[in-house]
Design a protein. Structure first.
Length: 343
């Protein structure tokens, strides 16, 4: 190119980036790491939509003086000490390694697979920047939430779009829609239930599908999360060939004074135990990876609530994590959304 300036920057070979996004997790469980993480998370107006004039004083002066201690202790009880990170981080890395292997086997070096977090590290802007620098002229952004919620999918996408606004050469982009009814995701859930039931001495009488909750007001204002959770449960139950009384849908992790989606998991498991259910299983279909909400809240707090109310056998069915069937499902969702970008 005779007219090109002699100091023309190198232009890398064009690639397609697949950027998987999860929620994020604290860097450590000490007070300041917890406070930093919770501050970023709970200041997000997609998560808590009160006016900052009202909410920020409560958050800074009340919530963030207490919760980093209690949540920090919970994180300590599940921490991956060997790797120095939370389970969510370890599992996300395993998932991305498996997805990358499958994508490279299918498409070779034309695709680049990485992950980012909405809160904390690795940040979404840092990963978008790295993909653009590596030559990604197209990016498929994949929030790892099967069911859409403003508090999860939308805020992950918002952060992605804010990061794109910083780029001189902005790639063409797509965001992956929720996959709450994708047959491969339902199949992976069903196989995990069948595995757990086959391993139990006696099969559980009832399966509770416990989803992370959101304030009920979000549903009334148009968020489809509730309906997508109900549909996942129904499709799972139909795939298992069960009657309606064998699978109950509940919502967990209530935060603050407002009413959240009901029934609350902790109350429902106690009610089931009081009604005579002795053997119960719990699955958490909204979480693509085990985390504080499943390992601590379900498998410790909710487990205890069931036993205190007279239940005898509690089976926690782990999240799909890096199960082969899950990786296959996530790759199928990616493939569905790459249409026209790769041959
Ligand atoms: C305060 C409001 C919250 C809303 C609304 C909310 C929605 C929501 N969250 C997830 C998934 C995860 N949440 C996790 C942790 C977590 N969530 C909240 C609050 C809200 N979540 C808090 C304060 C915390 C931190 C832990 C604690 O202090 O109790 C996690 C786990 C992260 C980890 O590191 O392990 C996940 C995953 C969904 C899917 C959702 C709405 C649909
Ligand atoms: Fe949450
Ligand atoms: Fe609904």
């Amino acid at each position: 190119m005779p007219d090109a300036p002699t100091d023309h920057p190198a232009v890398p070979t064009a690639k397609i980036g697949i950027l998987v996004a999860n929620l994020g997790t604290p860097d450590n469980y000490d007070y300041w790491s917890m406070r930093r993480y919770l501050n970023e998370f709970l200041s997000d107006r997609r998560v808590i939509d009160y006016s900052p004039w009202l909410w920020q004083p409560i958050l800074q002066l009340v919530v963030l003086t207490k919760r980093p201690f209690s949540s920090g202790a919970n994180y300590k009880s599940i921490w991956n000490e060997e790797k120095g990170e939370s389970p969510l981080m370890t599992i996300t890395k395993e998932q991305v390694t498996a997805i990358r292997a499958q994508m490279h086997a299918q498409y070779g070096d034309r695709v680049m697979v990485d992950f980012c977090m909405r809160y904390g590290n690795p940040s979404t802007p840092s990963k978008v920047k790295a993909m653009v620098a590596a030559g990604c002229e197209k990016i498929l952004f994949f929030p790892l939430y099967p069911q859409y919620a403003g508090a999860t999918t939308a805020t992950a996408n918002d952060q992605f779009f804010r990061a794109l606004a910083e780029e001189k050469w902005q790639p063409a982009v797509r965001t992956v829609p929720p996959y709450f009814e994708h047959p491969a995701y339902i199949e992976a859930l069903a196989q995990s239930v069948e595995r757990a039931y086959a391993a139990a001495e006696e099969p559980p009488e009832v399966l509770v599908a416990s989803y992370h909750g959101v304030p009920k007001r979000y549903l009334m204002e148009g968020d489809p999360y509730h309906c997508q959770c109900q549909k996942t449960s129904r499709l799972l139950r139909e795939r298992l060939g069960w009657s309606e009384d064998k699978l109950v849908t509940t919502f967990q992790s209530r935060f603050g004074p407002e009413e959240w989606l009901k029934p609350y998991t902790v109350e429902e498991v106690a009610r089931l135990a009081e009604a005579g259910v002795k053997r119960l299983a719990v699955i958490a279909p909204a979480f693509s990876a085990d985390c504080i909400e499943t390992l601590e809240e379900i498998n410790e707090e909710i487990h205890e609530a069931f036993e205190e109310a007279g239940g005898e056998h509690f089976t926690y069915i782990p999240c799909l994590n890096s199960d082969d069937a899950h990786v296959k499902a996530l790759c199928a969702v990616i493939d569905d959304n790459l249409g026209g970008w790769v041959a």
